[in-house]
Design a protein around this ligand. Structure first.
Ligand SMILES: *[C@@H]1O[C@H](CO)[C@@H](O)[C@H](O)[C@H]1NC(C)=O
Ligand SMILES: *[C@@H]1O[C@H](CO)[C@@H](O)[C@H](O)[C@H]1NC(C)=O
Ligand SMILES: *[C@@H]1O[C@H](CO)[C@@H](O)[C@H](O)[C@H]1NC(C)=O
Ligand SMILES: *[C@@H]1O[C@H](CO)[C@@H](O)[C@H](O)[C@H]1NC(C)=O
Length: 470
């Protein structure tokens, strides 16, 4: 002992008191849960149980309270606490054994902090969350009710997925604000094909931090598990997160790299994403992270006739373009330019090898994280403009493209504009694609085809949806 061992002595003293505290907690938890069962009349099989737990006067039926889930939770907490206690005890014992050695070495503050975080705070927190879960009533209908209704549930064994997709009945006899009796959480049907990955994704402690696994999520989405189930864990943010730049600067400034979690990228900052870097880790829209390249888009005359200017569009419909969608891969520059004309544009984005979503949002624009898999979450006849670039080019299946174009047609308002911006394809496929775009009999304001390479051609078009008054 003595003042030289101050940090360790303090550590073991802290451990000692924690041990006592935890022991106490375990006992309290056991007793209170028992007490709750008892006072609720559990041992007398009284129907008041449910009323007691729910605190409502409605006559809940006995079955609607999931006693098993409750006891499972309590079990879980008790075992977590016991585990923690065992671990702390053995740590202290270990310290006791190596006392000599311990006196010589010193525990650094950061080791100490890490120990507390990993071994004490985290398990305590997770136990706390498990306790809180006790207050959540059972999901209506887990069991055989839903199996008849939704065979998809049978495809999964992980409890959290089953809970998620089980339809949630409204509270007794109530109709929701949507006029429905139950709420269905949806997942993409192709989730069943990626069961292993989905189960990995849904494997977490409720209420604790999620893994840093957005790329697993995106992989699931791109492979058809879209929409993904929601999760009940806390998403991680950059440790160094700074507030974004102010609105008068953010639009044309590369954001602070500290506002992005870089763990799953090749790059670790925005400079690295430059098109000059062959190891940037992404292949589409390569100049998108360089503002000098972005600044000239759609505002300065280029040598290519397929490059239209934003002002061309405004002259066609002065004052009429107010809201729209930019469907493509980019960092929001189209939306930024339109914002300068007081037009609100939503930009679709996927984080394909670079943080496109974060970049757009940090510029102060709206990223819409959607894949090609599903119908756009926008209502019929609402958008003034759809702009699309660098996305559907040449790889896309014609039938898929047909469904997508009809969806765009759906959301575009009569008199709205479809701006196809440098779509490219193989020369021999051009007729097929032209048919695709022309089948809607939009008014052609502009229609330009120009060679891209020996085999490939560009097509740019500005088309207006006709009125569809029937
Ligand atoms: C569950 O299914 C069995 C057999 O189909 C049926 O007898 C029982 O009533 C069902 N239970 C509930 C709660 O619906
Ligand atoms: C943005 O606004 C702030 C406060 O309104 C001001 O101090 C700053 O100079 C402005 N920046 C630019 C680039 O205009
Ligand atoms: C682009 O060229 C046109 C005609 O050549 C000219 O009227 C227009 O001012 C130019 N715009 C810009 C931004 O240079
Ligand atoms: C955008 O709106 C502001 C404020 O109403 C106005 O001052 C500005 O002139 C508008 N810009 C354009 C390009 O219409």
């Amino acid at each position: 002992m003595g003042r030289f061992c101050f940090p360790k002595c303090r550590l073991s003293r802290v451990m000692g008191s924690l041990q006592v505290l935890l022991g106490g907690l375990v006992i309290i938890v056991s007793i209170t849960s028992l007490f709750r069962f008892y006072s609720a009349g559990f041992f007398m099989h009284d129907d008041d149980i449910c009323r007691h737990f729910y605190g409502v006067k409605d006559a809940y039926s006995y079955e609607s309270f999931d006693v098993k889930a409750l006891s499972d939770r309590v079990e879980e907490v008790v075992s977590k606490m016991a585990n923690l206690q065992r671990k702390l005890e053995s740590t202290v014992q270990q310290m006791e054994k190596n006392k000599e050695e311990l006196d010589k070495t010193s525990v650094s503050k950061s080791e100490y902090k890490k120990f507390l975080e990993e071994e004490v705070i985290k398990p305590l927190y997770s136990a706390h969350i498990s306790l809180r879960q006790i207050r959540l009533p059972r999901v209506e209908g887990v069991g055989n009710i839903t199996l008849k209704e939704d065979p998809l549930i049978n495809s999964f064994t992980i409890e959290e997925i089953r809970k998620y997709i089980t339809p949630k009945k409204n509270r007794i006899g109530k109709i929701s604000i949507y006029g429905t009796e139950r709420t269905y959480n949806t997942i993409g049907h192709a989730c069943v094909l990626m069961k292993k990955e989905l189960e990995e994704y849904m494997d977490y402690d409720i209420g604790s931090y999620c893994k840093d696994d957005w790329n697993l999520a995106q992989k699931l989405m791109l492979n058809g598990c879209d929409p993904l189930p929601r999760r009940r864990c806390l998403t991680r943010a950059s440790k160094l997160y700074q507030k974004p730049y102010a609105i008068n600067e953010s639009l044309w400034k590369i954001p602070d790299y500290r506002n992005v979690r870089w763990n799953n990228y090749v790059c670790r900052n925005f400079d690295c994403l430059s098109s000059k870097n062959p190891k940037r880790g992404y292949s589409k829209c390569t100049g998108c992270f360089e503002m000098d390249k972005e600044r000239v888009k759609w505002v300065s005359n280029s040598s290519l006739p397929v490059d239209f200017l934003i002002t061309d569009v405004f002259t066609i419909k002065p004052g009429e373009i107010r809201i729209g969608l930019d469907f493509g891969i980019g960092t929001g520059t189209f939306a930024a330019r339109m914002r300068e004309h007081n037009v609100t544009i939503i930009t679709t984005a996927l984080n394909l090898g670079a943080p496109f979503n974060e970049m757009i949002a940090l510029r102060g624009l709206i990223p819409l994280y959607v894949t090609l898999n599903h119908r756009l979450p926008l209502f019929d006849n609402t958008m003034d403009l759809i702009h699309t670039t660098g996305f559907l080019d040449s790889w896309i299946d014609l039938q898929l493209m047909d469904f997508i174009l009809f969806d765009w047609d759906r959301i575009l308002r009569p008199g709205g504009l479809l701006w196809i911006d440098k779509f490219f394809c193989h020369r021999k496929d051009l007729d097929d694609y032209m048919y695709m775009f022309l089948q809607f009999r939009y008014k052609k304001h502009k229609w330009v085809i120009s060679p891209k390479s020996k085999e490939e051609v560009y097509l740019s078009a500005l088309l207006e949806k006709p009125p569809r008054s029937l």
